[in-house]
Design a protein. Structure first.
Length: 254
């Protein structure tokens, strides 16, 4: 048996915040990704989930050397997936030139280790639901996503493969709140990443979401019927009674 290792570097979206709502296990996209990839290759993949809630790209960049050293300690195939910057979108938003310096420094540790990289654009942000982010957060994320695309085009697979994971067009029905994903959303994100790591063109989100929903219908006995219901469950208590969405303070974190 060949064993592979996935390094997933980021913030709470990588960690899988809110994935355990509505009675689900805390399966973030890293855990889903490993389980999706393993049946499609002669390799059993294990994830190193190195997502920490609330962290900015500066903090992620500081952790990157240790994270890549950890990855290199494991023999076999390796990939690193980087989704870094959501918290930099908080009002008023980190200057994009400064954010790009930190993002490039983060991924440089993977490039010097010749580790294949998957670089993610940003899922949608509903700033009105997360006041710490403010009304310009989506515009910031769109501009940062454009820079990620440019970086992937610039690197062009040298010295090791660099692929783009396009998340900016993700439907916001997959959000659990203004930033984090629902359980179905994390599964859908993992499916989009898995396609990128297999060098497949991105499939339509409708197809991906249908596959994610079908997985939960089998795994959870149809507890999740559709993304909207899954997201709505994020505002319900364990007994199923809907609770009011409380305003979030300026310290709300992704």
């Amino acid at each position: 048996m060949l064993y592979g290792t996935l390094l997933l570097l980021g913030d709470s979206i990588t960690f899988g915040a809110r994935a355990d709502t509505a009675g689900h296990a805390c399966l973030g996209y890293p855990e889903h990704l490993a389980s999706i990839l393993s049946p499609h290759a002669e390799c059993e993949w294990s994830p190193l989930n190195r997502g920490i809630s609330g962290q900015t790209t500066r903090q992620i960049a500081d952790r990157a050397p240790g994270a890549f050293r950890e990855l290199l300690a494991y023999a076999g195939p390796r990939w690193a997936v980087v989704l870094a910057g959501t918290n930099d979108a908080k009002h008023p938003g980190v200057p994009l030139d400064e954010w790009e310096v930190l993002f490039r420094q983060t991924i440089s540790w993977g490039r010097r280790a010749v580790v294949p990289l998957a670089l993610c654009t940003f899922p949608p942000i509903r700033g009105a639901a997360m006041p710490a982010f403010g009304p310009n957060a989506q515009a910031w994320a769109d501009a940062a996503s454009a820079r990620v695309r440019a970086i992937v085009a610039e690197l062009d697979g040298s010295p090791s493969p660099v692929v783009l994971v396009e998340l900016a067009d993700m439907p916001d029905s997959l959000l659990c709140d203004g930033v984090h994903l629902s359980a179905v959303g994390y599964r859908a994100l993992a499916l989009r990443v898995a396609d990128a790591l297999r060098f497949l063109p991105p499939r339509p989100w409708a197809e991906i979401v249908a596959e994610a929903v079908a997985w939960f219908e089998v795994a959870d006995g149809s507890r999740v019927a559709k993304p909207a219901a899954d997201a709505e469950a994020c505002t319900a208590d364990p007994g199923g009674k809907k609770r009011a969405r409380k305003p979030k303070s300026d310290t709300a974190e992704a």
